[in-house]
Design a binder for this molecule. Structure first.
Ligand code: SF4
Length: 479
């Protein structure tokens, strides 16, 4: 799972406001209860984990608050995908330290990938931190809290080969009540040379499928209309029985969730070019409620760089996968990417291959980074970070400009067409307009009339920019 934080997507102002901001826990009823404040950074997996944490601590008598000054337990669920993600957390810890000053009962804990990467070192470097807990150790939180309440520091960064928190029902934190994320697996076995995830989230393990289907059913019964199945590499999802035989593949899991109800939209993220199968593509084609949108990180258009990144596929293999998607799901299927510019030894020629790959695919949007060396990764150990920052940024800008052009071109394909939109709420600019997303995961804004959150609405698109489609509702899809 490359994307989901610190990236570049061609964003409207509405969207820009959301990115990079930490997601903060919301206020829950519960006078007299112990108050928990959670800030979550990074990818959707981290947001989903914060909901698991809130659920585990609910059993210990905690309710969440959006006001850090009310909290006796402050938790930061962190990202480590790039250096600036960690710097942001260190800045935040300085501010939260002021909140803690003079209040001996207030404890600060750091969770997630930065906690896993730095372990006890974080306690030495950031004195205000009382507790460091890795992504597989959240069940141990009640014990760790007991430890810090006796004035000690507490650490648990054990990485598990089994833990999937399958039996824990997440407490929804910042939710629009319409869309929700369900994690279907944890960890990653791909060892992309630039990535910290295998070291901070451990080996790949799939979650028992019935617990995923039950969670989706429960959400649908609570009024949610869309679930996104989450994993670092969902295409390698496999549930095996005790004899080690595969009982469920990702395509079969997708179909099982789609069969819950035709009015439950199903999305998934993130795919991996080496593992995505025709079976998955035909399953998307078979079920109208599985969205025709695939996030397929490329990272580079140069086979030489892909090899140094240990992505285990070539430019040609990637293009074949794109061709299969277009053959089976048609040109309207939404496709987005991740690209890294300025990876070790990247030449102008390699960079041009990335730009020409984008010309070939014509992505709907993408998330782009310049290479940020991460300590402990194979790239940091074996390769020199030899592309200067100015060149990294110039190449990043060229990819941005090209994507902006392609996003506008792809959005123009929707002009004068009717798209089915699931309303997620008011547009961020005005409560006279509603906002939702199309099947291809494009943001659509239209005048509210009598429509409301959770409605499926058919909207005729009459205007667009590189990030957003705008239109008029023509009919409410009766469901
Ligand atoms: S190792 Fe590769 S596939 Fe796994 S999370 Fe990192 S970038 Fe994604």
């Amino acid at each position: 799972m490359e994307r989901l934080s610190g990236e570049l997507k061609i964003l409207s102002k509405e969207e820009k406001e959301g990115i990079d901001e930490a997601r903060v826990s919301r206020d829950e009823e519960g006078d007299g209860k112990r108050k928990l404040y959670i800030e979550s950074y990074g990818c959707q997996m981290n947001f989903a984990d914060s909901e698991i944490v809130a659920s585990i601590l609910k059993k210990e008598g905690f309710v969440t608050t959006s006001d850090k000054n009310q909290a006796e337990l402050i938790l930061l669920n962190t990202c480590s995908i790039r250096d600036n993600a960690e710097q942001k957390v260190r800045q935040r810890l300085r501010i939260l330290n002021a909140t803690k000053k003079g209040k001996s009962n207030v404890k600060i804990g750091v969770l997630g990938c930065m906690a896993e990467r730095l372990k006890t070192q974080l306690l030495e470097e950031e004195k205000m931190v009382d507790m460091v807990v890795g992504p597989d150790a959240y069940r141990d939180l009640p014990n760790l809290i007991n430890e810090v309440e006796t004035g000690q520091k507490a650490v648990n960064v054990f990485l598990s080969r089994e833990e999937t928190y399958a039996d824990i029902t997440p407490v929804k934190l910042d939710t629009n009540g319409v869309t929700a994320f369900i994690s279907i697996m944890r960890g990653c076995d791909n060892m992309c040379s630039f990535c910290v995830v295998p070291y901070t989230r451990g080996r790949e393990r799939s979650r028992e499928p019935q617990t995923i289907i039950n969670e989706a059913k429960e959400l649908f019964n609570k009024g949610y209309k869309e679930v996104t199945l989450l994993g670092q590499n969902v295409d390698s999802y496999k549930w095996k029985n005790s004899q080690g035989e595969i009982e469920m593949t990702f395509a079969q899991l997708l179909a099982s969730v789609a069969e819950i109800d035709p009015n439950l939209r199903v999305r998934f993220s993130t795919s991996h070019p080496k593992d995505i199968t025709d079976e998955v593509l035909y399953t998307i084609k078979k079920y109208e409620n599985i969205c025709s949108y695939i996030h397929l990180p490329a990272q580079s258009g140069s086979s030489r760089i892909l090899e140094l990144m240990n992505r285990t596929y070539t430019r040609e293999w990637y293009i074949n996968k794109i061709d299969r998607i277009r053959e089976i799901l048609g040109d309207d299927c939404g496709i987005s990417h991740d690209m890294i510019t300025g990876f070790c030894t990247e030449t102008e020629e390699d960079h041009k291959e990335t730009l020409s790959l984008m010309d070939y695919v014509r992505y709907d949007y993408g998330y782009t980074f310049y290479y940020s060396e991460r300590p402990g990764t194979p790239a940091a150990k074996k390769l020199e970070d030899d592309v200067d920052l100015e060149t990294k940024k110039r190449r990043l800008d060229e990819v941005i400009q090209k994507q902006r052009q392609h996003s506008l071109e792809r959005n123009r394909r929707s002009l004068n067409k009717v798209v089915k939109v699931l309303v997620e709420g008011f547009s961020k600019r005005s409560e006279d307009f509603l906002q939702g997303r199309s099947d291809q995961n494009k943001v659509v804004i239209f005048p509210k009339e009598n429509y409301r959150k959770g409605d499926y609405v058919l909207v005729r698109i009459d205007e667009c920019n590189a990030a957003t489609l705008k239109g008029i509702a023509v009919e409410k899809e009766l469901v």
